[in-house]
Design a protein around this ligand. Structure first.
Ligand SMILES: [Ca+2]
Ligand SMILES: [Ca+2]
Ligand SMILES: [Ca+2]
Ligand SMILES: [Ca+2]
Length: 250
């Protein structure tokens, strides 16, 4: 198992045409993810001044690429759901629908502090693309729902360095008030992935762009990045190079 993982990281799994099946483990429990990851570091947004637009910035080896609303770091406590603009009867208690910080005070809230109704891409298209400067074997984060009513509109797509899709799904969210989506509360739901194929890019697509229920905004907090072991990476390049040399001689 250990050798298989090492070879997969080295890229030999691809060279040997699927001799080693690509393996992915998905976590919904932060503690389980953190104990399964050999090591990880955090990006918590808490040392960034509130209301900073980090679109295009690289933070601790991760580039934040804007694909919807501008990528603004805010104090979670400052976020709010406006009372106007929602479909009649579809929002009962807007005061309760603000983002939750799962570390410190700050979260990433594309569009900023106002969690306004759709369609309004500059406010509520909370999509995000992460590019890893060096591909990583794992990533986890807390998905923050403006209103967690059990119906998620956030999809995640995980890509390898060669552009192939490693994994995708709709991120599950909690249901804080079953049967009453107009009165559901915010919640944080952990999502994490460990992959034998190093991850080069993660694309989040957030597709609720309507004004029905106070749930068309999401936030992101408490990233856990599992770094590629530098020594293994160097070894992998060396091994892949050797195999390439052998192949050319044939
Ligand atoms: Ca935080
Ligand atoms: Ca937003
Ligand atoms: Ca909605
Ligand atoms: Ca949205």
């Amino acid at each position: 198992m250990r050798l298989q993982k090492l070879l997969a990281i080295a890229g030999l799994g691809i060279l040997s045409h699927g001799l080693f099946a690509q393996s992915v483990r998905i976590y919904r429990d932060a503690a389980a993810f953190e104990s399964a990851a050999a090591s990880f570091y955090r990006i918590d947004f808490d040392d960034i001044a509130p209301n900073t637009d980090i679109s295009g910035q690289t933070i601790q080896g991760v580039t934040f690429q804007r694909t919807g609303a501008p990528l603004i770091v805010v104090r979670a406590e400052d976020t709010y759901t406006p009372t106007e603009g929602w479909a009649p009867g579809s929002v009962l208690n807007p005061n309760q629908n603000k983002l939750i910080a799962t570390s410190g005070e700050n979260v990433l809230s594309p569009g900023g502090i106002v969690l306004g109704p759709g369609p309004n891409p500059d406010i509520e298209d909370d999509s995000l693309t992460l590019i890893f400067q060096r591909p990583v074997p794992g990533f986890g984060f807390d998905h923050i729902s403006q209103s967690a009513d059990g119906a998620s509109f956030t999809s995640v797509f995980v890509y390898a360095a060669d552009g192939s899709l490693i994994f995708s799904e709709t991120i599950p969210i909690s249901d804080t008030n079953p049967g009453s989506p107009q009165d559901a509360r915010p919640a944080a739901d952990f999502w994490g992935i460990l992959s034998d194929t190093p991850i080069a890019r993660i694309v989040f697509v957030e597709s609720d762009s309507n004004n029905v229920h106070p749930d068309c905004n999401i936030g992101y907090d408490s990233f856990r990045v599992v770094p590629e072991p530098a020594s293994l990476f160097g070894l992998g390049v060396g091994l892949a190079g050797l195999v390439g040399l052998k192949r050319r001689k044939r």
